[in-house]
Each structure stands twice: as structure tokens, then as C-alpha cells.
Design a protein around this ligand. Structure first.
Ligand SMILES: Cc1ncc(COP(=O)(O)O)c(C=O)c1O
Length: 396
């Protein structure tokens, strides 16, 4: 492999990073769609998938969308966020939430990650609000940018939760609504409550590498009937009169098709089993890799029950002998697919003009972290190979 290239999709014969596990009723339910001709954006499986997910989470409503990014986009519109507003979000995340904020003409404000947990740093969030913002008649003013902050969008990354107790308290103090990006944390709990159910809206994704998948898909979850109705209306082209084609707002073609929802229903039936498997994989890695000098294993944040969606280690070059990039290439030689974390948002060209508050931890985490194979279907033998290869990669 060329040394200046990041590994992409797992090549043939590789132990993959995180691939779908389709071991249940997927064929059966999809066949039912094909047999009944219900394949498009309406159908019984769409409603069932929405109800199943909402029920699992203990939320009132689910609105199925074509993907998690679309779900974020719609949520921001429904919350009334628009041109020149600001939304506080995590600096260390996949790019989708930052992009969705820009889709509505607003700007992200990036808050650093906590070094220990990788999640949004609540102390820095608090400091930013205290030091850089002012309550005004128009709302909460970011004195650095002269824009009004309209919401907080914490991103629960890698199958763990942000500290939602503190974030909810801060949001209350500053009268800001919360939209949770829980795309990577389906099934994770903070203080025994599911990620994605703390704020006004929670967002989920079912793309191919998530804990359950519909190939591509997303969901908006809320307890508000008004929000759910509006979200459904906007995701289905804002049809006010479907016969005469009257649309009173600009809508979107963002509804999840029945055939993909059928897959979601089948996957939901196995979600708890998959979470158990992910935890087992994490337990084994934690036990074996913590013996290696220079490797920091992944811990559950305080008060969190994690799913360990994407198992990630930190690599200390001085102690281990290789940095995370060198280890990544060593594992590539061993036919093991790994993945570095995302570039912190404030370093990305399209977001470099947005305000970022002291984001040094996210840069450090990007430099040091590497995600290891952790598919639900990962077998014991393959996991042992990964563990041994990491051990052999470092100073012994
Ligand atoms: C944190 C985060 N937010 C949003 C998304 C977007 O979801 P999707 O790929 O379904 O659009 C993803 C993943 O893909 C993600 O990891």
C-alpha cells in the first residue's frame, strides 16, 4: 500500500473494520415488499420501523429519513435555525452535523473533545458560554462572531454518550434547545436513558457501518407531535394537497423507502444481541491491549453504558514505538483494516471560517487514535490476530 494513502474499504481477504451483520429476517421482510409491490416511500414497514425504534428508545415518535444527514438537515429546519444563526456542536465528529448546519445557512461553533472520553468537553462548553457569549434581547450573542446561538448539537461519538446531565443543565441555563446527533450511539445510555432521547430531537443513522443498517437510512426521534408532524411533512415534499399538488413550503424528498425500512425492522430485532457482541469485543480488546505499553484502551465514560460501536485505541509513540499512522500501515500489511479518526471540524476547509473554542484535544485525539476491527460478526480467531498484530507492532 502507498504510505501516503489512508486505507479505504477493506480489501478481499482483510479483516474488515466494521461491516453489516445480516443474520435475521432481512430477506423475508424485503421479499414481502417485493411480493406486495410496496417498495417505495410509503408502506407498512416504514411505519413499523418508526414505531419499533421509538418504542425501543422510549420516545413518542420516529420519522424515517433517507439518511442521518437528511435527518439532521430537517431537524435544524424544524427547530427554526436559519441564515446567520449559530449552532454549538462537537469539533471531533464525522462532518455531517457541521455540514447540515451550513445547509440551513447557519454556522457551527466547535467545542473541543474531552481527551479521556472523546466526547464534547462540557467544561469548555461552559467556559465558552460564560466568557464569549452574552444574553441579549435577540437571544444569546456570540461576542466573537456577532451571531446569535440558537441550539446545541452534541454528537455522541464511537458508541459512547456525551455528559448529558451537564449539557442539559447548561442548555437550560442559556435557554438553548438540544438536538442530539446519536447516529453512532444507538443503544448507548447515559444515566440509564438512551442517547438521542434527552433533547428536543435525536438523530440516528443506519448506514452500512452503523450497529444496525438499512444500507442507507436515518431517523428523527422526538416526544413532540408537532415536531414529528412537521418533520414528516418536510421529508415528503411538503405536500399540502397530494391530489392537486399544492405545496405551501419547500419540501424535500427525504423519506426512507419501504424496502429499506423492512431491512431496518429485521435489524431492530437483533439490536440488543449486536450490542452484547460489541461489548464482548470491547471487553476482550480492553483486557488484552491494556497490557501493552503505550496503548490506551477505550473506557466507558462515567455514568454511560456504551455500545462500543467503533472500538478505538490511543497510541503513544514514545512508549509504544510506533505512532498511530505507522501502526495503521503495519496492520494493513497484516491484512487488517483500521481507520483513523476524522479530521477535527475546525481544520476542514469548508468550516475553517467558523468559530472554534480551544480545540487542542480533538487535534491530539486525531493524531493518536486508531479504530480497530469490531464488526458484530468478528470471530475470536480474527480478534486474536488483531491483538497479536498490535502487540507485535510495538516495542516488546
Ligand atoms: C456523527 C455522525 N453524524 C451523522 C452521520 C450521517 O449519517 P448518514 O451517513 O446516514 O447520512 C454520521 C455517519 O455516517 C455520523 O457518524
Amino acid at each position: 500500500m502507498e504510505k501516503n494513502k489512508e486505507p479505504g474499504i477493506a480489501k478481499k481477504g482483510f479483516i474488515p473494520l466494521c461491516v453489516p451483520h445480516l443474520s435475521g429476517n432481512e430477506w423475508k421482510y424485503i421479499k414481502e415488499c417485493l411480493d406486495t409491490n410496496w417498495v417505495s416511500s410509503a408502506g407498512p414497514f416504514v411505519d413499523k420501523f418508526e414505531k419499533d425504534l421509538a418504542k425501543y428508545l422510549g420516545a413518542e415518535y420516529g420519522v424515517a429519513c433517507v439518511n442521518g444527514t437528511a435527518a439532521l438537515h430537517i431537524s435544524l429546519i424544524v427547530m427554526g435555525i436559519g441564515h446567520d444563526d449559530e449552532v454549538i456542536t462537537s469539533d471531533l465528529t464525522f462532518v455531517a452535523p457541521a455540514n447540515a448546519i451550513r445547509y440551513v445557512g447557519a454556522y457551527p461553533v466547535f467545542i473541543d473533545a474531552e481527551y479521556e472520553t472523546f466526547q464534547m468537553d462540557v467544561d469548555k462548553l461552559n467556559n465558552f458560554l460564560k466568557k464569549c457569549c452574552k444574553k441579549t434581547k435577540k437571544g444569546l450573542l456570540n461576542k466573537q462572531t456577532n451571531r446569535i446561538i440558537k441550539a446545541i448539537l452534541p454528537v455522541h461519538i464511537l458508541g459512547h454518550c456525551c455528559n448529558m446531565k451537564d449539557i442539559m443543565n447548561i442548555a437550560k441555563e442559556y435557554d438553548l434547545p438540544i438536538i442530539e446527533d446519536a447516529t453512532e450511539a444507538l443503544g448507548a445510555k447515559f444515566n440509564n436513558k438512551f442517547a438521542g432521547t434527552f433533547g428536543k430531537i435525536g438523530i440516528f443513522s443506519f448506514n452500512g457501518n452503523k450497529i444496525i443498517t438499512t444500507g442507507g437510512g436515518g431517523m428523527i426521534v422526538t416526544d413532540s407531535e408537532k415536531i414529528a408532524k412537521k418533520a414528516k411533512y418536510l421529508t415528503t415534499q411538503a405536500k399540502d394537497d397530494a391530489v392537486e399538488f399544492i405545496h405551501n413550503e419547500i419540501g424535500f424528498n427525504y423519506r426512507l423507502p419501504n424496502v429499506l425500512s423492512a431491512m431496518g425492522c429485521a435489524q431492530m430485532e437483533n439490536l440488543e444481541k449486536y450490542i452484547e457482541k460489541k461489548k464482548k469485543i470491547a471487553d476482550i480488546y480492553n483486557q488484552k491491549l491494556s497490557e501493552i505499553n503505550g496503548i490506551t484502551t477505550m473506557k466507558e465514560p462515567k455514568n454511560c453504558k456504551s455500545t462500543f460501536w467503533l472500538y478505538t485505541i490511543k497510541v503513544n509513540k514514545k512508549l509504544f514505538g510506533l505512532d498511530r499512522k505507522e501502526l495503521m500501515y503495519e496492520l494493513e500489511e497484516e491484512k487488517i483494516e483500521t481507520r483513523p479518526l476524522w479530521q477535527p471540524m475546525h481544520l476542514l476547509k469548508p468550516h475553517s471560517a467558523s468559530y472554534a473554542y480551544n480545540c487542542e484535544n480533538s487535534e491530539k485525539l486525531k493524531r493518536e487514535s486508531l479504530s480497530l476491527p469490531c464488526s458484530v460478526g468478528l470471530c475470536f480467531k480474527d480478534q486474536q490476530k488483531v491483538i497479536n498484530s498490535v502487540k507485535n507492532g510495538g516495542k516488546r
